[in-house]
Design a protein around this ligand. Structure first.
Ligand SMILES: CC(C)(COP(=O)(O)OP(=O)(O)OC[C@H]1O[C@@H](n2cnc3c(N)ncnc32)[C@H](O)[C@@H]1OP(=O)(O)O)[C@@H](O)C(=O)NCCC(=O)NCCS
Length: 360
């Protein structure tokens, strides 16, 4: 059965009302010293994030002013970037703005034409070594006029000194990203699951992963979970995880082996698409453990009141797509993980679901 998708109309309407046309949100404090007080451990001074991209460009007519600046607040992140993703049908999580800002408050870029937001991109920085680009959208009526290129270039230029820059692209963008210096590392896909169909497919995973127990997040040592995430993801992101693991109405599970070590975890969060959840990350030491984690989360989601929700997973690799196909997920969009310069120091073989395609 093909799951149907409808949007959180009230929320979309609220966001659209504030969205790309949210002129009033442009802050005059963009580069004021007061903002530096908000900077956390990871933050790059705002001045260093822009080169030429920060200079307003004026069209031939002299009437139009296009300017790229950083997103300042969580509210602005939601009204501009999350709204753009909702309009594209990407179904971001209901609390993604808060979590993305916790990951890197200097990650969001907005391009404004005469003060009106018309395009955006993100470039999340993990320490000084890894940067991840995403949320690349131009408002429909302004596409094909090189605004996209400008905001993309500004985002990439902000991390040009980084040893590793990565992104996840659709196949349409792969060649373009290659021209811009990225290379393709592995291919995956976006899957949509109907819970009752998938639950009927779960194998007897206790046979293939004996001794592994599935626990709730509150039952495990948080520091140990952070350490597991750092090893598998490749970079420390405790600030982000502290928010991500505590999102309202999310369902997280951790796999523990017979020696008490963490061997996997996953989070399902509600999205802007009504009755839909996104899984991410789905990290596990083996396919059997990934399946066991999914089984626990799917069964819990099925117990919720109302119709069974639809569940989506962005599967990164061939191994992950095989699991999703075995569980009768509907393959809906091809994805490619691309990298510029050095390889990230991550355990990709333990990635069964991206955290998000915007953050890696
Ligand atoms: C992709 C998008 C942001 C491009 O913006 P735009 O303003 O129309 O593009 P521009 O006129 O500035 O052209 C800039 C570049 O974007 C490229 N582009 C088009 N689709 C792209 C994609 N999916 N990924 C990366 N770059 C893309 C163009 O080919 C062009 O590159 P080139 O000059 O080297 O050929 C815009 O079409 C859009 O919002 N699409 C829907 C959202 C989306 O698919 N985002 C990309 C997710 S991978």
């Amino acid at each position: 059965m093909t799951p149907s998708i409808s949007y959180h109309f009230s929320t979309v309407a609220r966001l659209t009302a504030r969205g790309f046309a949210a002129r009033g949100l442009t802050s005059r404090l963009a580069f004021s010293p007061a903002n530096s007080a908000r900077r956390g451990f990871y933050q790059t001074p705002r001045k260093r994030l822009f080169g030429a991209a920060n200079k307003p460009s004026t069209s031939l007519s002299g009437m139009e002013q296009f300017k790229i600046r950083l997103i300042q607040t969580e509210k602005e992140f939601e009204s501009i970037i999350i709204n753009a993703m909702v309009k594209e049908g990407w179904g971001p999580g209901l609390q993604d703005a808060e979590c993305f800002m916790a990951c890197d408050p200097t990650a969001g870029f907005v391009g404004e034409l005469n003060g009106k937001p018309i395009c955006c991109a993100t470039m999340a920085k993990y320490g000084d070594s890894y940067a991840f680009g995403g949320s690349y959208v131009v408002d429909k009526e302004f596409r094909g006029k090189e605004y996209g290129k400008k905001v993309y270039d500004a985002a990439v230029a902000s991390v040009k000194h980084y040893p590793t820059i990565a992104l996840i692209s659709g196949l349409k963008g792969e060649e373009i990203n290659k021209r811009n210096g990225f290379r393709s590392l592995f291919y995956g896909a976006f899957f949509i699951f109907n819970i009752p169909t998938t639950i009927a497919c779960f194998s007897e995973t206790s046979i293939t992963s004996p001794g592994v127990k599935i626990k709730r997040i509150e039952e495990v040592n948080k520091q140990a979970l952070f350490m597991y995430d750092t090893t598998v993801f490749g970079f420390e992101r405790h600030g982000f995880l502290s928010k991500w693991l505590r999102m309202t109405d999310s369902h997280a599970r951790v796999a523990i082996d017979s020696e008490g070590s963490i061997v996997g975890y996953t989070v399902a969060r509600p999205t802007f698409i009504t009755g839909s959840y996104k899984i991410g990350p789905l990290f596990a030491d083996s396919e059997a453990i990934a399946e066991k984690l999914l089984k626990a989360v799917f069964e819990e989601l099925l117990r919720l009141e109302g119709p069974a929700p639809v569940v989506c997973i962005d599967a990164p690799t061939k191994k992950a797509t095989k699991l999703c196909e075995r569980l009768q997920g509907k393959r809906s969009l091809e994805l490619v993980y691309m990298v510029m310069n050095d390889l990230p120091d991550a355990c990709f073989d333990k990635w069964f679901g991206y955290t998000t395609v915007q953050l890696g």
